[in-house]
Ligand binder design. Structure first.
Ligand code: SF4
Ligand code: SF4
Ligand code: SF4
Length: 261
């Protein structure tokens, strides 16, 4: 589910996170999408290398000295080698690696993600209203209501304010750039377009003090596409590399758990 919300003023915070002489990033939706797509492969390699180095720090020294498996033929003694289940210090290392990645290391990633989200407070909403006027979801309105009834808090908040557009054409008129990009990205997958009737003609929220948490917490994820006019693009531009690295590391941990578990 992807959506855009909230309110405030950001006029003084323009380019808050840009370093000296750094060119402003391309905040167009195509620019954001291309940046994520082009960088992810390299970032994935960076993440994998970083995890490999972490695990090397807990690898035992001279593990095969004194081993009783005299017929062991394992030459490449890396983390994914098929070590025997007992009597092998490197198999113990594999198991310790899973424990480490699922525990202390994951906690480090969580702390890093929290620090990314905390930096959001350096940006303020510029009241463009785009997030209130066009929200998208892979779920239909009926499906969202069903999810809400089953206790999904996000869906509950979502259906408490958003209503579906009557036609896709109406949604397209609101933000043609975003509409076109989504249609290119999702290809055959159906998506549904919504808007909030609580936004007024000055782009202000008429229930600002009572708006739900999905509005207060927007943007919820630094890797989601934001409307081009959204002032939180400055935050997103600053943290997107680190956020992609965290995402890649999280995916790699799952891979390790499956391979070594
Ligand atoms: S069984 Fe494990 S510890 Fe023993 S020689 Fe093979 S890799 Fe080394
Ligand atoms: S309640 Fe509606 S108008 Fe208010 S911030 Fe949320 S989406 Fe925007
Ligand atoms: S899109 Fe961003 S800047 Fe615009 S109203 Fe929503 S949160 Fe504020």
């Amino acid at each position: 589910m992807s959506n855009f919300f909230t309110s405030g003023d950001n006029s003084e915070n323009k380019n808050l996170f840009l370093k000296k002489d750094e060119k402003p990033k391309d905040n167009s939706l195509d620019g954001q999408y291309n940046e994520l797509k082009n960088n992810y492969e390299q970032i994935f390699i960076e993440a994998a290398e970083s995890i490999r180095k972490e695990l090397d720090t807990i690898k035992p020294e001279n593990p095969c000295d004194g081993c009783t498996h005299k017929d062991c033929k394992i030459e490449k003694k890396d983390i994914f080698a098929p070590y025997p289940p007992t009597g092998c210090k490197l198999r113990e290392w594999q198991m310790q690696s899973i424990t480490y990645l699922s525990g202390d290391y994951r906690n480090k990633l969580k702390a890093a993600y929290k620090s990314i989200m905390d930096k959001k407070s350096g940006c303020e909403c510029n009241k463009c209203g785009d997030c209130c006027k066009l929200a998208v979801s892979e779920y239909s309105y009926t499906q969202l209501k069903q999810r809400a009834m089953k206790g999904d808090k996000f869906s509950e908040d979502f259906v408490s304010i958003f209503v579906p557009y009557e036609t896709e054409e109406e949604a397209k008129q609101v933000n043609p750039e975003y509409f076109e990009l989504l249609n290119r990205l999702v290809e055959d997958n159906k998506i549904y377009y919504y808007h909030c009737p609580k936004v007024d003609s000055d782009n202000l929220c008429t229930i600002y003090e009572d708006r739900p948490s999905i509005c207060r917490d927007f943007p919820h994820n630094p890797l989601k596409l934001l409307p081009s006019a959204c002032s939180f693009n400055e935050w997103k531009n600053e943290v997107s590399h680190q956020a992609m690295l965290l995402k890649a590391k999280t995916d790699i941990i799952e891979f390790y758990k499956q391979k070594l578990g």
